[in-house]
Design a protein around this ligand. Structure first.
Ligand SMILES: NC(=O)c1ccc[n+]([C@@H]2O[C@H](COP(=O)([O-])OP(=O)(O)OC[C@H]3O[C@@H](n4cnc5c(N)ncnc54)[C@H](O)[C@@H]3O)[C@@H](O)[C@H]2O)c1
Length: 254
């Protein structure tokens, strides 16, 4: 018996098989879950990647900036599963001008895009899924430790600080409905999102050295396993929490 046996899980954010979301979907299926995916933009690519999962998973279109997509999400997901026990938010984006050391010059329009897609959408996605979570459940998002200012991460760091706060407010407001809301703060991983950050190499060079447990930049499984654990019945009284899956870097002085 897997730890997600009988659970119905919505996983957003699969783009390539290096995506953290791909690993979450794979491990969730291995642990017994029925998985529905959402993809953004290149749906045929996401469908092709989905075929590499242990079992077939339907792929639905979701652009978190599109209110029609959000308004119809529950009914579209409802065509495949009769409810949801878990929802994974694995979505992030910031325009190039908002990253890479240009913090003082980024326009509000570009910051707004980063916040809309990377922060506000955590709330939008959770609320869009509420009609399917009548019996409670678990919402999990992907974070990058926002307690400090990092090199090059810039406005994405601000977006993640907002995500951490939104996590606490969602936990406050959804607790009465039996819904737990938690983040997994992963260390740097070589995904498409990471490759689009100019200067990401700075993290790549220093993280494995700083981490007490070491850190494999190509292994999304540790972060994915934490997401799966948080959606299981093994964290029944945990909400508003940030679980660091970073080899221990957050705990260590520079
Ligand atoms: N890679 C890392 O180093 C790292 C570390 C910690 C946290 N994270 C977070 O993990 C999450 C997943 O990123 P990843 O690293 O797996 O990269 P990824 O590029 O594989 O995934 C990012 C996803 O965001 C989706 N997306 C972008 N704009 C969207 C929109 N408007 N609507 C819906 N989806 C949209 C993309 O389609 C993609 O699937 C992000 O929140 C990211 O910030 C990544």
């Amino acid at each position: 018996m897997g730890i997600l046996e009988g659970k119905r899980i919505l996983v957003t954010g699969v783009l390539t098989d290096a995506s953290i979301a791909f690993s979450v979907a794979k491990i969730a299926q291995e642990e017994g879950a029925q998985v529905v995916l959402t993809g953004f933009g290149r749906l045929s690519l996401v469908e092709r990647i989905a075929k590499r999962l242990p079992q077939p998973a339907p792929v639905l279109e979701l652009d978190v900036q599109n209110t029609d997509h959000l308004d119809t999400l529950a009914s579209r997901v409802g065509e495949h599963v009769d409810g949801l026990d878990g929802v994974v938010h694995s979505i992030g984006f910031a325009p190039q001008t908002a990253l890479g050391g240009n913090f003082l010059n980024t326009t509000w329009e570009d910051v707004a895009t980063a916040l809309h897609i990377s922060t506000y959408s955590y709330k939008s996605l959770a609320v869009a899924c509420l009609p399917l979570m009548k019996e409670g459940g678990s919402v999990v998002g992907l974070d990058f430790d926002a307690s400090k200012a990092w090199p090059v991460y810039d406005w994405m760091g601000v977006a993640k600080a907002g995500l951490e706060s939104a996590n606490r407010y969602l936990a406050r407001d959804l607790g009465k409905q039996g819904i737990r809301v938690n983040l997994v703060a992963a260390g740097p991983l070589r995904t498409m999102a990471a490759k689009s950050i100019p200067g990401f190499k700075e993290f790549e060079d220093s993280w494995p050295e700083k981490a007490p447990l070491g850190w494999d930049l190509a292994d999304t499984a540790p972060a994915a396993r934490a997401c799966v654990a948080l959606m299981s019945d093994w964290f029944p009284a945990t909400t508003g929490e940030i679980v660091h899956v970073d080899g221990g870097v957050h705990a260590i002085g520079a």
